[in-house]
Design a protein around this ligand. Structure first.
Ligand code: ZN
Length: 284
């Protein structure tokens, strides 16, 4: 019998809300927001492992429609996070033309961004509130930030040890994960071990986000952008994304990237780390 990998909360399960910390029923927390296309048409599945003849192999669980979500925020906090959905959807829509859904040869796997106006302060709040729902330990570690995100409009600064990195997600699959520490041990760019110390991450074309500790040399090596300062951009202030980050790498989640998946060791916890995947994403 295959067994589930990671934390799998089901509808009706109790848990701590990733933003206010209240114990109780949690609501479906879509990351990225449904407004960005992560909705009913997206087939979600969980990771499972099958053990046979002493060998453990990864299998894909049953697929169901509804997008990538976890039960991570209470209804009140989920609704509070929802007010930033349109800003996130606007940016994702604006960067759709950067989505390399099929095989595309791009010099050094990097793409220049088009001039697209966005609201960085609101986009950062949208993605961070979702990621706090994916990893509730973040609230214990950064209670002031959780409170500030809920308060909504005040000045916010991301703590130095937490970096919000972003890139262009390629391909037709997506992945949403909680805390995971990964090491790339074979054939690294620099010949030394590369680390990915992720508190939460989501890959959903056209964008990928990683809330990661400094020292995540794997992201540095791939050349991810740093959107940490977006959180401090006042609400309502508009910026051209190509001036914030002239270019971004095209990336796939290491476990979903055929060039990478057998070169990594991943450390995760069944108590705190959800893993949700989706496949068959279509460029509309
Ligand atoms: Zn809450």
């Amino acid at each position: 019998m295959p067994t589930d990998v990671g934390l799998l909360r089901r509808k009706g399960d109790d848990g701590p809300c990733g933003l206010c910390g209240a114990e109780g029923k949690l609501s479906r927390t879509h990351v990225p927001p449904q407004a960005a296309g992560n909705d009913h048409g997206v087939q979600r599945h969980y990771l499972r492992v099958k053990t046979a003849d002493g060998l453990r192999t990864q299998v894909v669980g049953r697929k169901s429609a509804g997008g990538m979500y976890v039960f991570g925020l209470c209804q009140t906090c989920n609704t509070a996070a929802g007010k930033w959905d349109p800003a996130y959807a606007e940016l994702a829509h604006g960067l759709k033309r950067c989505w390399a859904s099929g095989f595309v040869l791009v010099p050094s796997d990097r793409m220049f961004l088009p001039a697209v106006m966005c609201s960085p302060g609101e986009v950062a709040r949208s993605i961070l509130m979702g990621l706090f729902g994916v990893n509730h330990i973040l609230r214990d570690r950064f209670p002031d930030l959780a409170e500030g995100l809920l308060e909504g409009f005040g000045d916010l600064v991301l703590p130095q040890e937490l970096r919000l990195r972003f890139a262009l997600a390629r391909g037709t699959v997506g992945r949403l994960t909680g805390a995971m520490h990964s090491m790339k041990v074979i054939e690294t760019r620099s010949g030394v071990i590369e680390y990915l110390l992720s508190d939460a991450a989501v890959y959903f074309p056209p964008l990928a986000w990683n809330l990661a500790a400094e020292g995540s040399t794997y992201l540095d090596g791939q050349g991810w952008g740093d959107a940490s300062a977006w959180l401090s951009v006042p609400i309502g202030e508009r910026r051209d994304v190509s001036t914030l980050s002239p270019s971004l790498p095209l990336v796939e989640e290491p476990s979903q990237d055929p060039r990478e998946w057998d070169r990594f060791v991943h450390l995760l916890s069944d108590k705190i780390t959800p893993i949700v995947e989706c496949s068959g994403l279509l460029l509309e």
